[in-house]
Write a protein that binds this ligand. Structure first.
Ligand SMILES: Cc1ncc(COP(=O)(O)O)c(C=O)c1O
Length: 435
C-alpha cells in the first residue's frame, strides 16, 4: 500500500464507496495490536469499540494469527459442501459442547451474524411448521431482510426499505430504566415476561408462532440488561406453548460479559444459540447451534452457502476458544468491575449519566438531558464520541436514540490502557456537560 494520509483516503472512500456503509471515525488503520489501533498518520487510539465487539481476544492476537497462517498454508477454501475438512467439524463439536444446555446439539456455519439470524428463523419455521417470529423492542439482528425485519430501530436500519418479512411480531423488552409497563423492579415481579402470555392472546396465537428471538443483553439497542429472572420466565412460557427460543449471542457472546455466553448469567439453555463477531477474532464466521432434533429437521441442501465455515475462519475460532479459558474470563470479569466502578463514580459527578448498566466488559452509560424526564442526550453522546476520538479513544454510541455510550474493548486490554481510556471519557464528559 502507498503511504496516504487519512484525508487522501477519505477522499477515495467518498468517491468510490457509497455512504450507506457507515463510519464512526474518519481514520484509516495502519496496524492494530491488542487494544490499540494506529492510523496511517501514526496517531494511536485506545480501542473501546473492538471492531463492534469482534476482537474480544485482541487485535492480531498472536495465537490466532499463528493458527490463521498455519491454515492458510494448507488450504484456503474447498467449500464444505464439496469436500469437507476437519476444522469445521471440530469447531462444531466444540460449540456443541460449550454452549449452554446438556443435551445433544448440532452446529453449522455461515458468514455473518445476520446470516445466522436468517438461518435460525428458517430452521425454527421448518421444525415447528409455524411461521410467526416474535422479536423485541430495541432489538438488533442485522441488515438482511429478515435481520432488518426483526430489528426494532427504524432509522437508519429500516426506513425506506419496506416491505419487510411477514409474520414478524414485536413485544416490549425488559428495559428497566425505561420500563415499557411503567413498573419498577423487583416489585414488578417481572411482569414484562408474563406479558408474553398476553401477547399470545392479544397479538399472535402461540399455535402460529415458531420462535421468540432475543439478545441476552441488547447490543445496538442500548446494552439493555434484563432482570436475572427474565429469560427463565420467557423460556418457560415458550416451552409451554411449543414455541422455540432463539438466543442471539452475536454481540454478547465469546466472553464479552465475563462468561463465555451471556445466557449463562440467566441460567437458560436456548433451543438455538447464535454466535458471530468475536467467534473468529475478525475473520468472517457465524455459528448456528441448536438442539439436535430441531437442527436435523431441514433437509439436505436447504442450509449452507459457498463460504460458510471457511477453514481459515474455523481455525481462528478454535484458537479463540482455546484462548478464552476460565482464568482469562475471570480476569475480564475483574476488569468489568473496575470499569463499572469508574462509570458509577462518573455518574455521581455528571448528572448527564442517567444509568450505568451491563455485564462483564459489556458496559454502558445512558446519557440523558435531565434525570427526571430522562430525555435522551443524543447530541451530547455524539459530541462525546468525537471528543474522545480527538483525544485518542475510540468509543461507540448505541441505543434507539443513540444516547448510550458502550464499551466493547478487547478483553486483553491492559489496566493502564483501561485507566487511560476511562480518564479520556471523563475529560470528554467534562467538556460536553460543562461541569
Ligand atoms: C445482536 C446482533 N445480532 C446480529 C448482528 C448482525 O451481525 P452482522 O453485522 O455480522 O451481520 C449484530 C451486529 O451488530 C448484532 O449485534
Amino acid at each position: 500500500m502507498e503511504n496516504k494520509t487519512n484525508q487522501q483516503l477519505l477522499e477515495l472512500r467518498t468517491q468510490h464507496v457509497p455512504r450507506g456503509p457507515f463510519n464512526v471515525a474518519p481514520i484509516f488503520v495502519k496496524r492494530a495490536q491488542g487494544a490499540m489501533i494506529e492510523d496511517v498518520e501514526g496517531k494511536t487510539y485506545i480501542d473501546f469499540g473492538g471492531g463492534i465487539g469482534v476482537v474480544n481476544v485482541g487485535h492480531c492476537n498472536e495465537k490466532i494469527v499463528a493458527a490463521i497462517q498455519d491454515q492458510a498454508q494448507q488450504y484456503l477454501h474447498t467449500c464444505f459442501h464439496i469436500s469437507m475438512y476437519e476444522p469445521y467439524v471440530v469447531l462444531a463439536k466444540r460449540l456443541n459442547e460449550i454452549t449452554p444446555g446438556d443435551f445433544p446439539k448440532k452446529t453449522f456455519f455461515v458468514n455473518s451474524g445476520a446470516e445466522a439470524v436468517e438461518n435460525a428463523v428458517k430452521i425454527a419455521r421448518y421444525a415447528t411448521k409455524k411461521q410467526g417470529i416474535i422479536a423485541f423492542e430495541n432489538a438488533f439482528h442485522g441488515r438482511t431482510y429478515m435481520g432488518m425485519s426483526l430489528t426494532s430501530k427504524v432509522k437508519p436500519y429500516k426506513s425506506g426499505f419496506a416491505p419487510f418479512c411477514p409474520e414478524v411480531y414485536r413485544m416490549p423488552f425488559a428495559y428497566c430504566y425505561r420500563c415499557p409497563f411503567g413498573r419498577s423492579y423487583p416489585s414488578c415481579d417481572i411482569y414484562c415476561a408474563d406479558a408474553l402470555e398476553d401477547f399470545f392472546i392479544g397479538y399472535a396465537e402461540a399455535e402460529s408462532v415458531a420462535a421468540v428471538i432475543a439478545e441476552p443483553v441488547q447490543g445496538e439497542g442500548g446494552f439493555v440488561v434484563p432482570p436475572v429472572e427474565y429469560f427463565k420466565k420467557i423460556m418457560a412460557i415458550c416451552e409451554k406453548n411449543g414455541v422455540l427460543f432463539i438466543m442471539d449471542e452475536i454481540q454478547s457472546g465469546m466472553g464479552r460479559t465475563g462468561k463465555l455466553f451471556a445466557s449463562e448469567h440467566f441460567g437458560v439453555e436456548p433451543d438455538i444459540i447464535l454466535t458471530a463477531k468475536s467467534l473468529a477474532a475478525g475473520l468472517p464466521l457465524a455459528g448456528v447451534t441448536g438442539k439436535a432434533d430441531v437442527m436435523e429437521m431441514p433437509p439436505v441442501g436447504s442450509l449452507g452457502g459457498t463460504f460458510g465455515g471457511n477453514p481459515v475462519s474455523c481455525r481462528a475460532a478454535l484458537a479463540v476458544l482455546d484462548f478464552l479459558n476460565e482464568d482469562f474470563l475471570l480476569k475480564s470479569q475483574e476488569l468489568g468491575e473496575r470499569v463499572r466502578g469508574h462509570f458509577l463514580d462518573l455518574q455521581k459527578e455528571f448528572p448527564i449519566i442517567g444509568d450505568v448498566r451491563g455485564l462483564g466488559l459489556m458496559l454502558a452509560m445512558e446519557l440523558v438531558e435531565d434525570r427526571q424526564t430522562k430525555a435522551p442526550a443524543t447530541e451530547k453522546a455524539k459530541a462525546l464520541v468525537s471528543r474522545c476520538l480527538e483525544k485518542g479513544l475510540i468509543v461507540l454510541a448505541c441505543g434507539n436514540h443513540g444516547n448510550v455510550i458502550r464499551t466493547l474493548m478487547p478483553l486483553v486490554i491492559t489496566e493502564e490502557q483501561l485507566e487511560k481510556g476511562c480518564s479520556i471519557l471523563k475529560e470528554g464528559l467534562n467538556e460536553i456537560s460543562g461541569v
